[in-house]
Design a protein around this ligand. Structure first.
Ligand code: ADP
Length: 644
């Protein structure tokens, strides 16, 4: 029928048009028998029209899904069945005469005669193998890229988490170690023991420095290090840096000096701490690698433009120098010229890598000139906006006012450490102190000497504080000696209990300096000295006892508010634990951590951080375990701060 109506109708115009089409055209009759292939179809399929003619379409042109290899239902059958046009899916292809697979896009439509009778199917198709393979290549690349990105992100997240965990896990015990060394230094020690402990402390401090370096470096690598822009006093900063490094220079008999252009404005805007870090590192390297001569830090004003200054910083030494072959590698991370295990100086090989990165993010670049055997000069240029004069906050040097009233105090305490700490505090205030190790010793001493105040521990071997107080009161004839109880946890009702036992007042342990002086003075001079600050005790690098004032401790009146918030968060945490909601557990633990930090409750901060980590790891059991500890710690905390 078709032959009659179209192809045999001598309609050469239409035949020519079909032959010239760029798309392949195949015409079949209602039985699927091939009637015609145009030239493009011959080219795509490899079949000549005359070879294919009268063959069944489905036998000659098997269609498959190229990605799965499965056969596709013939579009001819579909058109015949549905009576309308059908297309092919994306991955469809045909197998050519010479057995090649080609992706095609095709549309098959019914052919109807003038009366609407269905007389055949026309398939119009094109070879899309090239486009499709490019498309597939792109899709594969994108998948690969996405996978690689996901892997990199997961690795980087794991790394930062690891570092965060490690820094906490390493720093906490290290700080504890330094603290314990400080406390032990408070006890009776001979010179050798004291020296050993000072060495242990300096080792722990070096370890802390290494850890901080590694953390800084990984933060820089992750692009997470933020540079501050604050007003600072540049001259003061340089002087502080010189002062801080001078003792190591003096110890090596090296001269350390500095020059500072007089045209540099006093106040600049930038990051003083990062600048200090870079200069400290350069100076300590210079000291490390110099045996004779001098080290000089120069700060030169090289340009002043529109409220900005360009400064060149340089640290020059007369040390061992760096050979040409090594000069380029020293800025690489973990690189050291002498990496042998026998080298005499320590270091991580990170200092210069960190310093260069820091100068870069501050807008400069750390460079070096050096002559092997003669010395090195490290230098960089930074541009700073000129700052405004800031009112200097004058840091009061630590000073405890000595009292004018010299009191004789008897300290009754069995614990050696507490004896030392309290004695040290009392002597700092210029009191005279005698020590009794228990109640019975106290009574003997009381009988032999007149004391203005007795500080009495409660629980002691041989004779406790309550018993001793009772006896002293019985022996008292005229003068009443104030007896102040020192107790571990101050519980509600304790005060009344001690007062009823003949004591005059009490001080909770651990003893705070301000509280100690206030209580003593309220029972002796009649008027309390106001504004006494509390100072904590630690040991300096050279073993001297230092009192330090923890300014960050919040005002007492804020404490109850934070305690309430803490209580609420702990209750919420316990609910979240019961419901096993890991993300809420993590969030609440983090909240508890920040609240504890605000009031410097390190124990609670430490445990809540562990809960946070367990939740992040999905370890519910561990979270439950630490949550119990949080509740316990909070109870202790509540009791111990009742009277603060
Ligand atoms: P490290 O912590 O090992 O000192 P740095 O990155 O600070 O690491 O220094 C890398 C190396 O560069 C050092 O180990 C040393 O070999 C060399 N170097 C650094 N500063 C100097 C200097 N002033 N003189 C000679 N060599 C130096």
């Amino acid at each position: 029928m078709i032959e009659n109506s179209i192809l045999n109708n001598n309609n050469s115009f239409l035949i020519n048009a079909l032959s010239c089409m760029a798309d392949g055209v195949i015409v079949v009759d209602v039985n699927g028998k091939i009637m015609f292939l145009n030239s493009a179809a011959e080219e795509i399929t490899g079949w000549l029209s005359k070879e294919a003619k009268n063959e069944n379409f489905n036998t000659i042109f098997p269609l498959i899904n190229i990605s799965t290899g499965e056969k596709i239902r013939s579009p001819i059958d579909n058109v015949i069945k549905l009576g309308k046009s059908v297309g092919l899916t994306k991955n469809s292809g045909l197998i050519t005469k010479d057995n090649r697979k080609k992706y095609i896009s095709a549309n098959s439509s019914p052919i109807k005669d003038d009366y609407g009778n269905f007389i055949g199917v026309v398939v119009v198709f094109r070879d899309i193998t090239r486009i499709r393979s490019i498309e597939l290549e792109l899709i594969n690349k994108e998948i690969e890229l996405r996978k690689a990105k996901e892997q990199a992100e997961a690795a980087s997240k794991a790394k930062s988490e690891f570092l965060a965990n490690m820094s906490h896990e390493i720093r906490t015990p290290l700080n504890g170690l330094v603290g314990m060394v400080d406390l032990t230094l408070l006890t009776d020690l001979n010179c050798e023991q004291k020296e050993n402990l000072m060495t242990a402390k300096s080792c722990a401090n070096s370890l802390l420095k290494v850890i901080n370096d590694i953390l800084d470096f990984s933060k820089l690598e992750a692009g997470k290090l933020v540079i501050e822009n604050i007003n600072f006093d540049i001259k003061n900063l340089i002087e502080e840096i010189i002062r801080a490094n001078s003792s190591t220079a003096v110890a090596k008999e090296i001269e350390l000096n500095y020059t500072f252009s007089s045209t540099i404005p006093q106040f600049l805007i930038g990051d003083p701490n990062r600048l200090r870090q870079v200069l400290n590192n350069l100076i300590s390297n210079a000291i490390k690698f110099t045996e004779h001569g001098e080290i000089s830090l120069k700060v030169k004003n090289i340009e002043t433009i529109d409220e900005h200054v360009k400064l060149e910083f340089s640290v020059t030494d007369t040390g061992i120098g760096i050979s040409e072959e090594n000069i380029n590698t020293i800025f690489e991370s973990f690189s050291q010229v002498d990496s042998s295990s026998t080298r005499t100086v320590g270091g991580t090989g990170l200092g210069l890598a960190i310093s260069r990165q820091l100068t870069k993010i501050m807008g400069g670049n750390l460079l070096v000139k050096s002559k092997f055997g003669q010395g090195s000069s490290f230098y960089f240029i930074l541009k700073f906006p000129v700052g405004k004069e800031v009112k200097k906050i004058i840091k009061q040097p630590f000073k405890i006012n000595k009292t004018t009233k010299k009191l004789n105090i008897l300290l009754v305490e069995d614990d050696k450490l507490n004896q030392q700490v309290i004695e040290r505090m009392l002597k700092e205030r210029a009191y005279f102190v005698d020590i009794a190790n228990n109640g019975s010793e106290a009574i003997k001493m009381y009988e032999n000497k007149k004391y203005d105040v007795i500080l009495m521990d409660i629980q002691m071997p041989v004779m406790n504080g309550i018993e001793a107080t009772k006896i002293i009161r019985e022996k008292e004839i005229e003068n009443h000696t104030p007896i102040i109880a020192i107790t571990a946890y101050a519980l509600k009702g304790d005060k009344e209990k001690f007062l009823s036992k003949g004591m005059d007042d009490y001080i909770p342990k651990p003893v705070k300096m301000d509280k100690l002086f206030n209580v003593i003075e309220s029972h002796t001079t009649g008027s309390k000295e106001e504004n006494l600050k509390n100072f904590n005790i630690r040991f300096g690098e050279n073993g001297e006892i230092e009192f330090f004032n923890d300014e960050s401790r919040i005002l007492n009146k804020e404490k109850p508010i934070i305690m309430k918030k803490l209580l609420y968060s702990i209750e919420e945490l316990n609910k979240a634990l019961q419901k096993k909601q890991l993300s809420s557990i993590e969030r609440l633990a983090n909240k508890i951590k920040s609240l504890s930090d605000e009031i410097n409750i390190y124990e609670l901060k430490d445990i809540s951080f562990k809960i946070e980590l367990s939740a992040r790891r999905g370890d519910l059991n561990e979270a439950v375990y630490y949550a119990k500890k949080v509740s316990e710690e909070f109870e202790i905390l509540k009791k111990s701060i009742l009277d603060i």
